[in-house]
Design a binder for this molecule. Structure first.
Ligand code: DLL
Length: 431
């Protein structure tokens, strides 16, 4: 089912016309109302969508320099809601929404939820954090728009999640893949098989995850898992999401215009080529952004999708360009390590990368947990058990082949790596 067929299945040509009109409106709006945009975009004419490629980019640092409200295009009295990005690297980035922007957010979230199989009357268990983070409230309001029954549990407090999932039996769950996997594991340990909960679908995002992680979540929960992408600067979750075909995430490109660029040369890349996603808002009023560099690495495709939606799709995000590790000259995203680890049946998706930069050549250690079957087979966990030792060699070899780097691999005792309640911390740097 398609939430808004007129918009989501619009013929391509009509979509391009709409994008062009909305792009001109956005540029006019931004130039008239924000000094920053006026200085950079004043006087430029955009007649065709391709002209976008001539405009300058906006970087996260520029949003930060304008902290808190410098890039807002409306009076504060017109701002109905504030959110913020997590701000792990200094001050958070403050973003704002007019009442109209919030409506657009509900609309795109309703589309994403519907594409994953959510229906009016279904119950949705929300395990994303509420507050300044956009995950909780974004899913909450989108689900209300669909007419769902929302259970706003938020992140943390795993025991509360277990109780409510068991007793309320929701149709769907949403959260970061790492946290929901933790909930599933805790359910399995404390209260029986989570597959008996009767969940039909899960919507996951806010951090990079892999097909291996999808398989683990689906196996653990007995439901279908869908990828949802977004970022606070653009709107929050709902920028893109998978449909039942799951061959890429449909970008809501009547509201957010995507480009992929080579991060080094800043040239726009053809569909199919991997690079950094750049987004332009087409309808946002409080915080319009033109060519915002997301830092996220992906690929676009405009191949038609059998579901009937006509938007451009993006591949699962591999990671953020600033999360790329360079070790002994090899470029590596943590998700690539996850991909290889999860091809190995005896392992579970709890892992951490430790990068040691204290000597001239950085080294990489990979810590990963074994699955319960393996531990049982060994009669308890013992790192020196021959089965574990041989697994360690096998995994190290696999990683070496896949990523071209020799790593120091440690199989750690089950349930000893820290569990996340929001976005997982996959990399620890020793300097
Ligand atoms: O994480 C919004 C969100 C909430 C998306 C819930 C999906 C679900 P921020 O905190 O601003 O907003 O972080 C945005 O998270 O630039 C990506 O690097 C990463 N990210 C978000 N979704 C995905 C995903 C929210 N599905 C940053 N896959 C983005 C990989 C993702 N990375």
């Amino acid at each position: 089912m398609i939430w808004n067929p007129d918009a989501e299945a619009m013929p391509r040509e009509a979509r391009r016309r709409l994008q062009r009109e909305r792009l001109s409106q956005t540029l006019r709006w931004a130039v008239e109302r924000v000094g920053f945009h006026r200085e950079r975009l004043g006087g430029v004419e955009v007649r065709h969508l391709e002209d976008l490629a001539r405009l300058p980019f906006v970087r996260k640092s520029e949003l930060r320099d304008a902290y808190p409200f410098g890039l807002f295009a409306v009076e504060l009295a017109e701002v109905a809601r504030i959110h913020a990005s997590s701000g792990t690297k200094g001050k958070p980035t403050i973003v704002g929404y007019t009442a109209g922007d919030l409506e657009i957010w509900r609309e795109v979230m309703a589309r994403v939820l519907t594409a994953a199989g959510a229906r009016r009357g279904d119950m949705l268990h929300v395990a994303f954090g509420y507050g300044l983070f956009t995950g909780g409230l974004g899913f909450h309001e989108g689900a209300e728009r669909v007419g769902m029954t929302v259970v706003p549990v938020s992140s943390g407090n795993t025991a509360r999640h277990r109780l409510l999932l068991r007793d309320l039996a929701p149709a769907g769950i949403c959260g970061t893949p790492s946290f929901v996997l933790h909930i599933a594991e805790s359910l399995a340990a404390e209260s029986g098989d989570p597959r008996a909960l009767g969940l039909r679908y899960g919507l996951f995002g806010a951090e990079p995850w892999t097909e291996g992680m999808r398989a683990s979540l689906e196996r653990a929960l007995g439901c279908r898992a869908y990828d949802v992408y977004g970022l606070s600067e653009i709107i929050g979750p709902g920028v893109a999401g998978e449909c039942e075909v799951r061959a890429g995430l449909h970008i809501q490109d009547d509201h957010f215009l995507p480009e992929v660029i080579d991060p080094a040369t800043e040239q726009v890349l053809e569909p199919g080529r991997e690079g950094e996603l750049v987004l332009t808002t087409l309808t946002k009023r409080a915080l319009p952004l033109v060519r915002y560099r997301t830092g996220d690495i992906t690929t676009l495709t405009d191949e038609p999708c059998p579901c009937g939606r006509t938007s451009v799709r993006m591949a699962r995000v591999k990671g953020r360009s600033d999360d790329m590790l360079i070790i002994k000259g090899v470029n590596l995203y943590p998700s690539e390590v996850e991909g290889t680890l999860l091809e190995i049946e005896e392992l579970v998706p709890h892992y951490q990368l430790v990068v040691d930069r204290r000597s001239t050549l950085a080294t990489l250690e990979v810590h990963v947990e074994p699955g319960p079957e393996l531990v049982e087979r060994c009669g308890g966990f013992d790192a020196e058990h021959p089965v574990i030792a041989s697994l360690r060699r096998r995994v190290a070899e696999r990683l070496q082949k896949a990523i071209g780097l020799s790593v120091q691999l440690t199989i750690v005792a089950p349930r000893t790596l820290p569990r996340s309640e929001g976005k997982a911390v996959r990399v620890i740097e020793r300097r």
